[in-house]
Design a protein around this ligand. Structure first.
Ligand code: NZQ
Ligand code: ZN
Length: 394
């Protein structure tokens, strides 16, 4: 039997060259009057994007204040700063200009402003929930996290190194403006990290124990093949508009739940285990995923061999081996070869980290505690399983 599902994707997408020029009009259409423009460290200022966004808001007579300085693996401290500024300024709309980190920081500020009685960190550690948020809009500069159309955010509490996620429908952006040209200034490494994350958002959903819908599978397979095809183009031609556009749209569709319809939520153990690495070592999310995915796959494949065979044959395009196990291993190796082609690591050594046994035990325990038990669908992983996967990935 197919598993039942809900699909809710209310974000208005404006896609293509010059999409960001619609910022002022879109904020106005969604009821914003006093806007917080939130951005990262350098790139959006350097490219002149922030200036153009300000002009677009000015043209609609919208009041705005700016808060930059969001770092990758965005910090809770910056969120608190945004909430304080937002209160002081009577902000009623947040405009995120950046990648996943800026969007997630914006989503969390929006929660804080709509729920003045709560500490937003309580949502992330599972103490509280909410269905209230200020509206947010996004101007995306990095195709990766999919936060521009997802219902969640991931925040790092820099005081204790815990990286945690929270999701609610109220957090979905009202609109996202997607101009592929804005991603042309990305360093190759960030493009690679983005590609790894985009693929992983569909892979997390693809590897499951469900009776998968053919429709969803076909969308997923096409998405993953397309991403790999155009990622290779981008490694040689970073200014190729067509390739940037294909990757950007795939990034949004990969995490708006479309590829998860009928898979009972998917697996997500790789993501959860990577978030522990991000919290402890501040590694780039996509690179962290690439570094442990192969170890996760080799640890769990026996519980869902037909999904791994399908992945090997249809996504990675390998020749079938004599036994399913050979086909599966060829599929995993083909993905690892692809990671290398886009400058991604396939283990923690290549990622540049070397967790001690103590750190491995801490990450696995923290991951289990966060899940309130086992992690993942293919094999529900206990602490000891996750420790073993981390060790395999060293
Ligand atoms: O801060 P600036 O100077 O802008 O530099 C950023 C940053 O250093 C740079 N960058 C962004 N756009 C650029 C650019 N550099 C040149 N040109 C541009 N156009 O890229 C660096 C990384 O940015 P970041 O936003 O951290 O990357 P990404 O979009 O990959 O987001 C990663 C975060 O999203 C979370 C991850 O865990 C991580 O914290 N995720 C959020 C999800 C969600 N909300 O649904 C799901 C994901 O699975 C993920 O966990
Ligand atoms: Zn991700």
């Amino acid at each position: 039997m197919y598993s039942n599902f809900e699909f809710y994707a209310p974000t208005k997408i404006v896609f293509g060259k010059g999409a960001e020029e619609n910022a002022g009009k879109m904020v106005k259409a969604f009821g914003g009057t006093r806007v917080l423009i939130h951005y990262g460290s350098q790139s959006a200022l350097r490219s002149g994007l922030i200036g153009r966004v300000q002009q677009s808001l000015d043209a609609e007579g919208l009041y705005h204040v700016e808060l930059g300085g969001v770092v990758p693996n965005p910090h809770l401290g910056k969120v608190y700063e945004g909430i304080e500024l937002g209160r002081k300024e009577g902000i009623d709309f947040i405009l995120a200009v950046g990648g996943g980190s800026v969007i997630d920081s914006s989503k969390t500020i929006a929660l804080g402003l709509a729920n003045p009685e709560d500490d937003v960190w309580d949502y992330y550690i599972g103490k509280k929930t909410t269905n209230k948020s200020l509206p947010i809009g996004c101007i995306l500069t990095l195709a990766a996290a999919g936060s521009e159309m997802s219902g969640g955010a991931v925040i790092t509490n820099e005081k204790n190194g815990l990286k945690r996620d929270y999701g609610a429908d109220c957090m979905r952006a009202r609109f996202s403006l997607l101009n592929p040209e804005l991603t042309m200034t990305l360093p190759a490494y960030q493009t690679g990290c983005g590609v790894a994350d985009i693929l992983m958002h569909t892979m997390e959903r693809f590897f499951n124990l469900c009776d998968n819908m053919e429709m969803t599978d076909r969308i997923s397979v096409t998405l993953m093949r397309n991403v790999m095809k155009y990622a290779k183009v981008l490694m040689k031609e970073p200014d190729n508009y067509k390739a940037r556009a294909e990757i950007m749209w795939a990034g949004t569709l990969s995490h708006n739940d479309l590829t998860g319809c009928g898979c009972a939520g998917g697996d997500w153990a790789t993501h959860n285990m990577e978030h522990e690495m991000g919290g402890m070592f501040d590694v780039a999310h996509g690179a962290g995923l690439a570094a442990i995915w192969g170890s996760w796959a080799r640890y769990v494949y026996k519980a869902a061999p037909e999904r791994f065979v399908k992945f090997a044959l249809e996504v990675m395009g390998v020749m079938p081996g004599d036994h399913d196990e050979d086909t599966i291993e060829s599929g995993i190796q083909a993905m690892e070869r692809f990671y290398h082609q886009i400058g991604m690591p396939v283990n923690m050594r290549e990622l540049g980290i070397k967790p001690t046994e103590e750190q491995i035990a801490f990450m696995a325990a923290s991951c289990e505690e966060k899940a309130g038990g086992a992690n993942g669908q293919v094999i529900p992983l206990k602490k000891e399983d996750m420790e073993e996967i981390y060790r395999m990935a060293l």
